[in-house]
Ligand binder design. Structure first.
Ligand SMILES: [Zn+2]
Length: 83
């Protein structure tokens, strides 16, 4: 199963686990995590497994392939989705 990397949107609100990012093994059928399983802070997915990049339906992949960053740092600890 693929390994996903998540990180707290606002590290100051996160715990030791999510503030610096953590890896978690999930089935591709599982929903992406939105909050840290330990402290409940909001998190976002940092990386996705390379083999998933072959999915034509993956929005992140298409944005990435088009040369766009899917996340833009707009403020300290704040990110904006860029599609
Ligand atoms: Zn946490």
């Amino acid at each position: 199963m693929p390994i996903y990397v998540y990180e707290a949107k606002e590290p100051k609100k996160g715990c030791a686990k999510c503030a610096h990012g953590f890896e978690i093994v999930q089935s591709i059928k599982d929903d992406h995590l939105k909050v840290c399983p330990d402290c409940g802070a909001e998190i976002y997915r940092v990386l996705q497994p390379s083999w998933l990049n072959h999915s034509k339906t993956d929005l992140h992949y298409r944005a990435k392939r088009a040369g766009f960053h899917t996340l833009k740092r707009v403020n300290k600890g704040e990110y904006e989705k860029m599609y």
